[in-house]
Design a protein around this ligand. Structure first.
Ligand SMILES: Cc1cc2nc3c(=O)[nH]c(=O)nc-3n(C[C@H](O)[C@H](O)[C@H](O)COP(=O)(O)O)c2cc1C
Length: 325
């Protein structure tokens, strides 16, 4: 399949693996890229720019295909060394960067000068238009269904994607709720040039996370995610567990007076415990509603090949069949 996204990133299939904290290590990024998609290393999971440089080098040893790095500009307890991370990306010869969170304008000249394509993740049409106006090359339009931070507008992809298509000139991929060939064809019908997946890629053989995390996704249904931190305007979609129930109870009790410090035990520093050690109730971790569509743990290649074969069959047989019946 050839789209503006496959052309822009030099990949075979229009499928991107979104940056994921303590999931997007070199193993997963390389596996996705080797399977013909665009794998993404999560920049801030590496504690320093030096460690990111090593992770990029490790990924390059595992694949000769293009891969990217995610840089997330979110409210964190201490501000990361962003200039250092940008330098590690440029020096590492990476040609794709997924930015998320705040406006990446400040970093675009350096990235573009190094020949890097920037895809900015946005949860609204207005942020997508802003990304276009500041010179981003593409947008990842992240609907309300998504795992992680869906923003505060709550617009699902059936509305958000065609709205983005009506307004944007730069290409975009659909993100949030994407799992299979049906998702890809639907996203493209709504105007996207490809799709971005997070949760689906966690439940793969190569994702270097504890098996309990993968099993939790397979066991979950579309009813099992919750939105937390809404009153802090930092809404996150997470998989329900004991820590999340505790967090929601605190949110209910404290209402508008809730502060980050009140929920620090449930959200700060919990990712390594969950993703690496498999301590599933250690805190709140991002997970999309798409868990309801995930029933197995294939390799990245099996997953991507299956998605492309399914998309092909939907277009050629099911959809063409309606026209020729
Ligand atoms: C466990 C997990 C961690 C994530 N961490 C990040 C992150 O650090 N930075 C970021 O931009 N997006 C992050 N995301 C969002 C994904 O990149 C992607 O946009 C999202 O998962 C898409 O929705 P889906 O899960 O329905 O596919 C994370 C998602 C998950 C599930």
């Amino acid at each position: 399949m050839k789209t503006q996204i496959t052309e822009m990133f030099g990949i075979q299939h229009p499928i991107i693996q979104g940056g994921m904290h303590f999931v997007g290590f070199a193993e997963l990024a390389a596996a996705v890229s080797n399977a013909g998609g665009l794998g993404i290393i999560t920049g801030l999971t590496q504690r320093t720019p030096e460690l990111l440089a090593k992770e990029i080098a490790r990924c390059r040893e595992m694949t000769d295909k293009p891969f990217g790095v995610n840089l997330t500009f979110l409210p964190t307890l201490s501000s990361p060394d962003y200039p250092g991370y940008i330098k590690a990306i440029i020096d590492g010869g990476v040609k794709a960067v997924e930015t998320a969170g705040n406006n990446p304008q400040k970093w675009l000249p350096a990235l573009h000068e190094a020949g890097i394509k920037v895809i900015h993740k946005c949860t609204s049409v207005r942020h997508s238009l802003k990304a276009e106006s500041i010179g981003c090359d593409a947008v990842s339009v992240d609907g309300f269904e998504c795992g992680g931070h869906p923003g505060e507008d709550d617009i699902p992809n059936f509305i958000l994607l065609p709205r983005a298509a009506d307004e944007l000139k730069i290409p975009f991929v659909a993100s949030g709720g994407m799992a299979d060939g049906r998702s890809l064809v639907a996203a493209m019908a709504l105007g996207a040039q490809g799709m971005n997946m997070g949760t689906r890629f966690i439940a793969t053989k190569e994702a270097p996370v504890h098996d309990k995390v993968k099993q939790a996704i397979v066991a979950a249904s579309e009813l099992d995610t919750r939105l937390v931190m809404r009153s802090l305007r930092n809404t996150e979609r997470v998989l329900r567990n004991d820590a999340v129930d505790r967090l929601i109870a605190k949110e209910k009790a404290l209402g508008a007076s809730l502060k980050f410090e009140d929920i620090i035990d449930e959200v700060a520093g919990v990712y390594p415990k969950i993703m690496l050690e498999g301590t599933m109730d250690a805190g709140a971790w991002s997970c999309g509603m798409v868990a309801g569509l995930i029933h197995d743990i294939p390799t990245c290649k099996q997953l991507i090949d299956r998605i492309m074969a399914e998309a092909d069959a939907i277009i050629r047989q099911r959809l063409m069949g309606f026209l020729t019946a």
